[in-house]
Design a protein around this ligand. Structure first.
Ligand SMILES: NC(=O)c1ccc[n+]([C@@H]2O[C@H](COP(=O)([O-])OP(=O)(O)OC[C@H]3O[C@@H](n4cnc5c(N)ncnc54)[C@H](OP(=O)(O)O)[C@@H]3O)[C@@H](O)[C@H]2O)c1
Length: 317
């Protein structure tokens, strides 16, 4: 048995970085050997995030040596940094390595050198990440949308439409016009209608579909809920597909954000109607949509159990 894998989180002063650290600190086979920041470099981790009280780690500007790096950086920064890093595995939580060109450039506004990295949605095949040196962690909306549709992959084609709502942490730690409390609280608005950058991820993951997606920003901090209205499909398809998956729960009622917050699990609700089936997926955008999914990808890359260190109970209530 090898010693613990040494992990560094790059961008630990941000939301996904802090959440990735939270999961790594509780992981039995990982040792956190560093956490980096840009403007917050030099601060103690627990000074910036009191939630980490008791963990004596200082955020550094330099990136220490490690076996695995988690890149939790803004779009454009991860792809600039990655070629200079040497490690057994680099897991990118940004959108820099998910899509092929020219689709990537069309959605992110810059072209990337080289092809996309292996796409780390575990449910697309649990052995796909074994031994991977580079992993592109899926987007948060893309994760919820793809998990809702994956059991239909190869069984459906054509147009599908969905609506989805996300909390304000989806926009990161830097305040902006759209995350400022007075415009976010008690408000609901759509954005990037039919043009969200996660749509091509979902279309590639499911295959043979064209997704019309209406994203919304909601007046809460964490969580994503997406809804599809589909032609009649039996709920047992979802039950069978996710049967022995410890990180997906299939319900015959609508899922709720409160039941997945702080948890690595996705809840999928399938409601059968008269000639119609409604499928909803609820996740925590910072866990299943980012940090805990990145750790699940490390587990699969190392050949460890998929849910190692991830079977924690979420926030109650
Ligand atoms: N938020 C979500 O729900 C979510 C979900 C899935 C994926 N993602 C993706 O994950 C990535 C990180 O998102 P986030 O929400 O965690 O963002 P964030 O809260 O804004 O954090 C960004 C982090 O990157 C650091 N940073 C910024 N520019 C840097 C540079 N030039 N060099 C080094 N470090 C730099 C920041 O350090 P300082 O603060 O110290 O300057 C901070 O630690 C983004 O690409 C995002 O799209 C986000």
């Amino acid at each position: 048995m090898r010693e613990k894998v040494r992990a560094v989180v790059v961008g630990a002063s941000g939301y996904t970085g802090a959440e990735t650290l939270r999961w790594l600190f509780g992981h039995p086979a990982v040792e956190v050997v560093g956490a980096t920041a840009q403007k917050h470099a030099g601060k103690k981790l627990a000074e910036l995030w009191p939630q980490f009280y008791g963990h004596d780690l200082t955020l550094t500007a330099e990136i220490p040596p490690a076996d695995v790096y988690f890149l939790c950086l803004p779009h454009g920064e991860a792809s600039k940094l990655a070629p200079s890093l040497q490690a057994e595995c680099i897991i990118d939580l940004s959108g820099d390595h998910r899509l092929p060109e020219p689709v990537h450039g069309q959605h992110y506004g810059f072209s990337r050198e080289g092809g996309p990295w292996p796409y780390g949605l575990p449910e697309m095949g649990f052995d796909r990440m074994l031994g991977a040196t580079h992993i592109a962690n899926p987007g948060c909306f893309a994760t919820a949308l793809s998990l809702a549709l994956l059991p239909l992959s190869g069984k459906m084609q054509g147009r599908v439409s969905a609506v989805g709502i996300t909390g304000s942490t989806g926009s990161g730690a830097t305040p902006s016009d759209t995350t400022h409390h007075p415009v976010r609280a008690e408000n609901l608005r759509s954005y990037k209608v039919l043009g969200h950058q996660h749509v091509p991820e979902v279309e590639a993951a499911i295959g043979d579909i064209k997704l019309d997606f209406v994203p919304m920003s909601g007046p809460f901090r964490r969580g994503i809920l997406v809804t599809f209205t589909l032609p009649a499909v039996p709920a047992r398809l979802w039950e069978t597909f996710y049967q022995s998956n410890p990180l997906v729960r299939v319900l015959k009622k609508p899922p709720e954000l409160l039941h997945v917050l702080g948890s690595a699990r996705a809840d999928i609700g399938v409601i059968e109607g008269d000639g119609v089936t409604v499928v909803q997926c609820a996740i925590d955008n910072l866990c299943r949509g980012a940090g805990s999914q990145a750790v699940a990808n490390l587990n699969l890359r190392m050949g460890w159990p998929y849910a190692l260190g991830l079977d924690r109970i979420g926030a109650v209530p």
